[in-house]
Design a protein around this ligand. Sequence first.
Ligand code: GAL
Length: 341
Amino acid sequence: MPIRYCVRFLIAAIALAVLPRACIAAPHTTIRPGAVWLDKQGHGIEAHGGGILYHDHTWYWFGTDRNPQLDAAKRYVRCYSSHDLIHWKNRGHALTLADPEHLGPRWVLERPKAYYSPLTHQFVMYMHLDDAHYKYAHVGVAESNKITGPYHFVASFRPLGLESRDIGQFVDDDGQAYLVFESRPSGGFYVARLSPDRLSVRTPAVAFFHIPLEGGALVHYDGMYYVMGSHLTGWRANPNVYAAAPTLSGPWTEFREVAPGSPNTYGGQSTFLLKVAGTKTSTVIFMGDIWKPRALWDSRYLWMPLEIKDGRMLLPEPEPWTINTKTGITTIYPKQPRPMQ
Ligand code: GAL
């Protein structure tokens, strides 16, 4: 190697060793909130309003595919799989549906969430089904014997007999599965248990919150439950809020903003709280959508590790970051060097 390259290499190595972490450029293997996120095949990831199912040591990401080149009469849920939460393999359309309840043109399928039933060994997908005016307000349920699908439509219904629009998913550490759903006539949102076969919603609800929130999500972390959602401003982002409690039946804290440093949660809307339990630490990832209503297919993803302690949660400013899914440890790479502590 010519001497000048050796010298450059030496300088680079010394710089990496002595510079504060904040000044080191992010490696290519980062999650970049708000950027186009390519799958392993080099296509933009289409998994909006999504959720994650961890199964057989693999994460599966389900969300709506809004590609405008698809058949406009149908709705599509795409599935991706990953072992590191950074690189995602496109597993194709898990669900392709043609207006199963005759809801008419511009019918709506949003926020698909997939569960596994240890009882039946089937995979069950919940989704928000609606007509163009959001009056139908049902959940749809589809089932498959393979995690990646194809899922087959089973039924649609109103959970607990109530109007249901945005839905969220939660599976507790004990395997119990829950559905979170917003129900505006009652001025709030519910958390309800699913049956062991995951095909129906158990009554009564385990929690009701007197605040209508969409993009509902829930996580159990370090002995506390955290519920989160956004206010009802359509595709426009607003300050997402959360509350905490030692048990699902409460007592719950008041709702607080998760990103007090931003008037609109950095442009994102919650869709899922993903806990990664590593050997060294557990990390909870805020998964949100940065919607582009005029080009929904180009909506971006806002994923960031949350700072959580004693019933308080904070979504830090979005920056490139990585996670070691074995240890659970995350590293953030600020774009602007931060002053040294
Ligand atoms: C949002 C909701 C989205 C979609 C949108 C339609 O509030 O979270 O899933 O329904 O409204 O305006």
